[in-house]
Design a protein around this ligand. Sequence first.
Ligand SMILES: [Zn+2]
Length: 468
Amino acid sequence: MTFRHSVVALALSAASIAAPSYAKEAVDLLINDATILTMNADKSVYQHGSLAIKGNKIVAVGDRSLAERYQAAQSLDVDGDIVMPGLINTHTHVSMTVFRSLADDVPDRLHRYIFPLEAKLVSRDMVRIGANLGNVEMVKGGVTTYADMYYFEDEVAKTVDKIGMRAVLGESVIQFPVADAKNADEGIAYAEKFIQQYRHHPRITPAFAPHAPYTNTTETLQKVAKLSEQYNVPVLTHLAESHREQEKIAERSGGKSPVQYMHDIGALNKHLVGAHMILVDDKDIELVKQSDMGVAHNMSANIKSAKGVSPALKMYDQGVRIGLGTDGPMSGNGLSIIDEFNQVAKVHKLVNHDRAAMPPVKVIDMATMGAARALHMEDKIGSLEVGKLADVIVIDTKAPNMVPMYNPYSALVYSANAGNVRHTIVDGKILMQDRQMLTVDEDAIRDEAIQFTDVVRKTVIDSGEEVL
Ligand SMILES: [Zn+2]
């Protein structure tokens, strides 16, 4: 170490003697000695590379020679660790962390268990407490941006603003009475107010979130589609997820698939992000591609609910905008995208009966650039390139499960877990350093969530349902 430092010092002094007028460019943060996975179009990888951040942007990324061109206010020497774009969770309901591990294997769970539970328990407090906890879990798992669908999204927005993450937050629209709206029209009105409040926030993109086609009327879905065009905001929804949805939409539309139906009513467009997309055929995939909509692929939630495996690999290969998601923490049950990698790679191999299907580089692409494309944010995030926003994570490669590392993509997909994330940077700001949260009080957030479990437990017991 001493020897290496002295060599660097010698080299620097030699350079300053040779070129005394040479001035180093000032940057805010410089990451050195990294295994950089840029996830750019060429999938460039730099060994012992450097990455420079100024303000909230990446100003340089490349080999070790870069380090000598910059004078940094702060440096992180990561000793060969993986530096990669922040992960993007394209579909969740973050506040549902407070319900995690409840009734995991109850049949017809959404309609028989979750909706009634939410009718009793969703409140501003519950949304805030759950979002705070989920945000910490995501930052500690390397997620820098997420797309959320829930109620009281203005409360979620406050937690995102505080912790410093990036998010697309969709206010729910659903046809039956919920905690923050008596009907779909009230849900739309709530969403419009929220959109007007947050549309110029630098890290938060407000959105509409009609729950699903079958839990809303055609008129509501069309109204949301029109308003999303007017406000130029995303529409997050569950689409082609279940047989129940398929049957209800077929009844309503004279036998159409959910995707065909959404297309025919004018709701399948570039603003839409459809979560799940399990029950889609080749004709549906063609419509999805033509519409330029995004897709959120939630493998662990889908296999746990036994609903099926989305043809996500086929969609990816055909150029559909598709990224990975976890679904809510009552479904997946985690919020970490790293913990999706393994299942995404292996289940697609299994269903295709092909060991070579879904190689690690595709999984990582879906978790970064693919997800950025799904949210139509690929010009800002998803890869480590000059001019992009500085959403960057560092993965510990010295943890026992990461040694040795012949292929960083394989190590990430088949060996890594959320606990291997060492530093998380969003918008140029370090939110977690050496696993310590810097912008929020992790202990206080966890304690508040634990206290809330008493409320949940009592409500569930009073309703006569099983707690576990
Ligand atoms: Zn969901």
